[in-house]
Write a protein that binds this ligand. Structure first.
Ligand code: FAD
Length: 456
């Protein structure tokens, strides 16, 4: 028999339960057809960095198939997948389950269209499949810490072994890789499974022990930089967790890093239970806070998106996004808070901009990360906690190294003045803007709007 392995967010061969299931279904005389469908509904809105990274991941996956072609087809999966199954006479289609709102609908449609051919879901991109961890009464968690506790207690399987030899099917023609993208100078990380495992090994061996301190320093390469690999499944979080279990890098470092992986799983779980929260405020009350619109708001938005707000740490972060398709986590929080609470703009505008430019752009992590900051999402940051960009800059980038890296206009501003150039002896250097708003005043405006919905 022939089984079809439809790759999606699992572009690897190691620790891949759906691959093992496909090999199993093919039996000793059958073959496995490796397929990727370029779905215009996902590929279109992804933005050039993510499209290119995906393309590079596919090229790398192709290299690891022992000379068999990865069959790439473009179109609606509900048409493409059944057609391919018929073409090669497959009797089962194997996937890792998708937990996102669109992916779930798509898979139901594909399942229906496949008719007699079975769609077999094995595993998911998460250590614990979203929806599996609930409170004792079966209700979903709405707060991170108890979720993370229950998630750890639930536990996860051991990594699946990488199959020695896969009997790849070699008969179906491929449309070839999706088109290369114009990146406009953006530097992307190397793509694919091997690069992901190398990034992980480097982090585990060199950086993990200092992670608790270094993770908040945007100037330091102190985090794993695995987010894009996790997004496309070049490595599975279970592989990382299994490795951590054998690590002697200090409990605190291991706990910290495991917690970050748990955030990713938490947000996927929230979206699984509340799919509409991927796009709309989870909390109806803070969700009704008034945001500004119109030409003046648009001009402020542009200043934010282009890194010209006059607040150095904000501008450095927004320029890192355009330069590297990545932003350090601490700075994501700072720039998001600035958009929502200093400029009073709708978090959804910022979330869309991030999704378009981030190489790790992920609907659940991004839109709930934004809602966390905007105070419209799960637990955590209450609306009245407003990040002070200057203080954040001084605290987490004390030498100003991160700001100077991304904002060349400020390179010669001495010492900590780099975070408040308007106080520097020579004033704001030529070519760098004065602050577009006054943080202290806008903080009051944000709090007043919050009070309004609270008392309503
Ligand atoms: P590490 O510190 O090494 O963390 C390891 C992994 O844990 C990450 O790769 C990621 O998969 C996960 N992780 C860490 N922090 C978080 C978090 N707060 N929420 C969810 N998962 C987390 N992450 C994305 O993967 N895609 C996004 O689109 C995204 N958008 C964000 C938007 C905002 C406004 C905020 C505040 C955070 C966002 N994050 C997003 C989370 C976080 O910023 C990134 O995952 C992290 O910066 C990636 O760098 P790293 O791999 O070196 O992280």
């Amino acid at each position: 028999p022939t089984s079809l392995l439809w790759f999606r967010r699992d572009l690897r061969l190691a620790d891949h339960p759906a691959l093992l299931a496909a090999v199993d279904a093919a039996g000793s005389h059958g073959s496995v057809l490796p397929v990727f469908v370029v779905d215009p509904r996902l590929f279109g809105p992804a933005g050039a960095p993510r499209r290119q990274f995906l393309r590079d991941c596919l090229a790398s996956l192709q290299e690891s198939l022992d000379g068999a072609p990865l069959v790439i087809r473009t179109g609606d999966p509900a048409e493409v997948v059944p057609a391919l199954a018929a073409e090669v006479g497959a009797d089962s289609v194997h996937v890792s389950a998708d937990a996102g709102p669109y992916g779930r609908r798509r898979d139901e449609a594909v399942d229906r269209a496949l008719g007699e051919v079975e769609l077999v879901r094995t595993g998911s991109p998460y250590a614990v499949t979203p929806g599996r961890v609930t409170k004792a009464d079966g209700e979903p968690f709405k707060v991170f810490s108890p979720f993370a506790r229950a998630w750890r207690e639930h536990g996860w399987r051991s990594p699946a072994p990488r199959p020695d030899a896969v009997p790849w099917h070699r008969g179906a023609p491929s449309d070839g890789l999706p088109p290369a993208q114009d990146l406009d100078g953006v530097q992307l990380p190397p793509a694919g499974e091997e690069a992901a495992l190398a990034a992980w090994a480097h982090f585990r061996d060199e950086l993990l022990s200092a992670y608790p301190e270094d993770r908040n320093r945007p100037a330091t390469a102190g985090t794993s930089r695995l987010s894009a690999y996790l997004k496309y499944g070049c490595v599975h979080p279970r592989t990382l967790l299994a490795d951590l279990a054998g690590s002697d890098d200090g409990e605190e470092a291991v706990r910290r890093f495991t917690d970050e992986l748990a955030w990713r799983e938490f947000y996927a779980d929230v979206v699984w239970h509340r799919p509409e929260s991927a796009r709309e405020p989870l909390d109806g009350r803070t969700g009704s806070i008034e945001y500004d619109s119109g030409p003046e708001a648009d001009a402020l938005y542009d200043a934010w998106a282009e890194g010209r707000t006059g607040y150095p740490i904000v501008d450095a972060g927004m320029r890192q996004l355009l330069g590297e398709a990545y932003v350090h986590n601490r700075v994501r929080m700072i720039v998001a808070s600035f958009l929502v609470k200093d400029l009073h703009l709708d978090w959804r505008r910022g979330a869309r901009h991030f999704l378009q430019h981030l190489v790790d752009g992920d609907l659940a992590s991004n839109n709930h990360g934004w809602q966390w900051v905007a105070g419209t999402g799960t637990d955590a940051s209450p609306y009245y906690r407003v990040f002070n960009p200057t203080r954040q800059g001084k605290q987490f980038d004390p030498e100003g190294e991160y700001v100077r890296r991304w904002v060349p206009e400020l390179r010669d501003v001495p010492g900590a003045f780099v975070h408040e150039p308007w106080l520097a002896p020579g004033g704001v250097p030529a070519g760098y803007p004065e602050p577009v708003v006054d943080h202290a005043a806008e903080r009051e405006v944000a709090l007043a709007r919050y009070q309004q919905v609270r008392s309503a």
